[in-house]
Design a protein around this ligand. Structure first.
Ligand SMILES: *Cc1c(COP(=O)(O)O)cnc(C)c1O
Length: 427
């Protein structure tokens, strides 16, 4: 792939931005390459500064569910901006957004807007601690909840390939309040509660872990977490930053028929602008300032442009019956990938829910991070590099989930499958 201009930009970036990027996974470290710089993106295609055209399955890491630069979002941002780009006092969009979330997620009675998924999980954890008067939290190995101090322990996503899952700069005393357990092992959770249930403020789990490949819960696992937290009076926090408004209107909790106490949201809800949210039971949410003792705030929270963009995206998904369409496209990709793998005699695993998917370069059954880490990373690197050559951009790590958007057509997916056939041939 031609990369003269991208290379020059990356060199310049490294002089003034740590590692040349504003989020580590963008640095392509895991694929031994340099990142490309984007000039524009429209629909399911990205064009880089060197003029390469790529079919995109990263979708700005999830938010671009309608594809890039959908007209409805551009128009909504445009209209909102004409009236002012930020007020720092209440605006009507905030009420509309909150009502939409409450309507779509039955477990959410009240919701507060923030500016990123990290802020959403951070605030949910603080709220759970303030509400219960307890300090300890349980999280699961390989689950990524943003770069919150107490959650950056045994985390997924960029932290996995960074080589140091536990960041420098997180005090050991903070990390000591976080109990990490393997995913999909309910007995271990029960055992910890039996031992110190009265000290545990919350259990936080990624609805479907999707920052270490895409892992599905075993039958009864999520309900088991719901039951044990209820029994001990701990807050059950569902991190739907990636899956919310993506796998269904009401996220995984809709698919699984589950009622968490608090839900963290982000990505799709912002229509590509920086947005997060957390919400849940009114009884818990009312512990937040100004009515309650748990402090939480944000100068730009509920920003009118961000609210307008998110609302436009959600309305459009509803109007187009988008979740059904995405599941259809996902099934089309899945059928193609499975037949490719069969034809090539590769026993790689492929997981999918709706428009989210992951091809694992391993034949192991995927139940937790240990199974995910059996992936053949050298094979993945060859695959990724050849896919780029073929004009298809997938996440530059074997542990990230891919996303299909409403802007992908069956024929885009067929083109992708042809590229995959070539790329898998190089593995
Ligand atoms: C992306 C993500 C986050 C963090 O969101 P940011 O907006 O990147 O801070 C948290 N949890 C999950 C499950 C995510 O996928």
């Amino acid at each position: 792939m031609k990369n003269d201009i991208s290379s020059k930009l990356f060199k310049a970036a490294k002089e003034v931005i740590p590692g040349g990027v504003n989020s580590p996974v963008r640095a392509f470290k895991n694929v031994d390459g340099d990142p490309f710089f984007v000039r524009r993106a429209k629909g399911c295609r990205i064009e880089d500064v060197d003029g390469n055209q790529l079919i995109d399955y990263v979708g700005t890491w999830g938010p671009a569910i309608l594809g890039h630069a959908p007209q409805c979002v551009i128009d909504a941002v445009h209209e909102a901006a004409k009236e002012g780009v930020s007020f720092g006092i209440p605006n009507p969009f905030e009420v509309e957004m909150a009502r939409k979330i409450v309507q779509w997620l039955p477990s959410v009675e009240k919701v507060r807007m923030v500016n990123s998924g990290t802020e959403a999980t951070m605030s949910a954890v603080r709220l759970a601690r303030g509400y219960t008067g307890r300090d300890k939290i349980i999280k699961f190995v390989g689950c990524y909840h943003g770069h919150v101090d107490s959650l950056l322990v045994a985390a997924g996503s960029g932290a996995l390939t960074h080589g140091e899952p536990d960041s420098a700069g997180v005090p050991a005393s903070f990390a000591a309040e976080t109990i990490t357990l393997p995913y999909n092992d309910l007995e271990k959770v029960r055992a910890v509660f039996a031992e110190m249930g009265d000290q545990i403020a919350a259990v936080i789990v990624e609805s479907y872990p999707a920052n270490a490949g895409l892992i599905f819960p075993k039958e009864g696992y999520l309900q088991g977490l719901r039951d044990v937290t209820s029994e001990y009076g701990a807050v059950f926090i569902f991190d739907e930053v990636m899956t919310g408004f993506r796998v269904a209107r009401g996220g995984v909790q809709e698919l699984e028929g589950l009622m968490p106490d608090l839900t963290a949201m982000g990505k799709v809800i912002g229509g590509g602008l920086p947005v997060g949210a957390f919400g849940g039971k009114a009884e818990i949410m009312d512990y937040l300032a100004p009515d309650g003792p748990v402090y939480q705030a944000g100068t730009l929270s509920g920003n009118p442009l961000a609210m307008a963009a998110g609302l436009a995206q959600l309305h459009e998904m509803d109007k187009l019956d988008g979740y059904k369409r995405l599941d259809h496209l996902g099934a089309h990709l899945e059928a193609g990938v499975r037949s490719l793998l069969k034809a090539k005699g590769m026993d790689y695993r492929f997981n999918r829910v709706g428009s989210m998917f992951c091809l694992f370069f391993t034949g192991e059954e995927i139940v937790n991070l240990d199974s995910v880490m059996t992936a053949d990373t050298a094979a993945f690197r060859k695959y990724f590099t050849e896919m780029l050559e073929q004009g298809v951009y997938t996440a530059p790590s074997p542990y990230e989930t891919g996303f299909i958007s409403m802007a992908h057509s069956e024929s885009d997916i067929d083109t992708t499958l042809e590229s995959m056939e070539v790329a898998l041939g190089k593995v």
